[in-house]
Design a protein around this ligand. Structure first.
Ligand SMILES: [Zn+2]
Length: 376
């Protein structure tokens, strides 16, 4: 088994890429979708169920884990993998984005950010150095640089100033991370929707040198067209031979569009969160299981899906347990949604390897355009 993290590209089709990230904890097949295990759990799923969907890696949130139960406690208990019973790779975010979106009374300076916990109001600080320490204590396999993502809308001058500080923080993150064989550090490109700023950010990151590169600052409300506008050029600015990670994306059609533009990794809470609110992602688009049309429907949610929700239960049952607010509702729909996302990634990997990505993508869009099966 490998002692280092490496990335091998095995196929290309247009800008889409297929490959594998090799880690001491196992291979990550790319394009990869990472389910989000915010507080040491992918909500409503056992870790072995997450693995059964085909997930090779999941994402943990530094912000949540540092506040509760704390990185030090997780370290004392043997690290995050042991703590949550997941032995495959884990990527942790740096905490920066969630401090901006969740914490109270934030104070940002060149040194880092101080804030009050949204849980109990206690005061905390994250700096690039502290973020690297927390992610080391968690035992994360892929560590993210600490960065700042400005709230939109922001002027070009504000985005530039924020991006330049993030690049200084990227250098400090690299220095603090040090040399840790078997663990990877990813830099994060910023620069909003401005091509010149994206280029400046990419140049700064390449000069520092990372094991992988994320495209940050997207999926923050700019809309799909603006996001694809940036993805039309941003991945090309990053090193060809390293994985490229689009943070916080997204809906199935966002994911397909991102892979078409050269992205290798993604994460999003959408499949798990939607599963708890009665929304299912299927080959025919989004199905709202709460709709009355499903109440008498004995057919599976998605006849082409092999997950337990589709194999063993009817739409009528899924509708009933959702309406009755039974826990199994969130469990089954989350499993289905995560299975759908992993099937989507496997479909793209196969299509890229076969040189048929465009035809695959057309079929993906056609099936969605055709919509759900007719009501009975
Ligand atoms: Zn299913």
């Amino acid at each position: 088994m490998t002692k280092h993290i490496s990335f091998e590209l095995s196929a290309r089709d247009g800008k889409a890429r297929a490959g594998v990230i090799k880690t001491p904890r196992g291979d990550i097949r790319t394009p990869a979708f990472m389910p989000v295990g915010t507080a040491g759990t992918v909500k409503a799923m056992l870790p072995e169920s997450v693995a059964a969907t085909g997930a090779d890696i999941l994402l943990g949130n530094t912000y949540h884990l540092m506040l509760r139960p704390s990185a030090e406690r997780i370290d004392r208990l043997g690290g995050l993998h042991k703590f949550m019973n997941w032995d495959k790779p884990i990527l942790t975010d740096s905490g920066g984005f969630q401090v901006m979106s969740l914490a109270g009374l934030r104070k940002l300076s060149e040194k880092g950010v101080t804030f009050k916990s949204h849980i109990d109001g206690s005061k905390h600080e994250i700096t690039p150095e502290r973020s690297m320490e927390i992610q080391r204590l968690l035992g994360s396999d892929i560590v993210m640089c600490f960065d700042e993502c400005p709230a939109l809308p922001a002027s070009d001058a504000e985005v530039a100033k924020s991006m330049q500080m993030s690049m200084r923080w990227a250098r400090r993150s690299r220095d603090a991370f040090g040399d840790r064989p078997g663990h990877a550090l990813f830099g994060i490109m910023q620069g909003g929707v401005t091509q010149e700023l994206r280029a400046e950010s990419a140049e700064a990151l390449r000069e520092i040198g990372f094991d992988g590169y994320a495209v940050g600052g997207l999926a923050v409300g700019e809309g799909q067209e603006a996001m694809f506008g940036v993805l039309d050029y941003a991945p090309d600015m990053l090193p060809e031979d390293k994985p490229r990670y689009l943070m916080g994306v997204g809906k199935p059609d966002d994911i397909v569009g991102a892979v078409a533009r050269g992205i290798d990794m993604m994460d999003c809470v959408l499949p798990s969160r939607s599963g708890r609110t009665g929304q299912a992602f299927t080959r025919a688009g989004v199905v709202n299981i709460k709709n009355a049309r499903h109440a008498d429907d004995p057919r599976p949610l998605d006849a082409h899906c092999g997950c337990p929700a589709c194999r063993n239960y009817s739409r009528a049952y899924l509708h009933h347990v959702f309406r009755s607010q039974e826990m199994i509702s969130g469990m089954l729909l989350t499993w289905h949604n995560l299975q759908y996302y992993q099937d989507l990634m496997a479909g793209m990997r196969g299509a890229i390897a076969a040189g048929e990505f465009d035809a695959w993508a057309k079929d993906f869009h056609d099936q969605r355009a055709a919509g759900d099966i007719e009501p009975l």
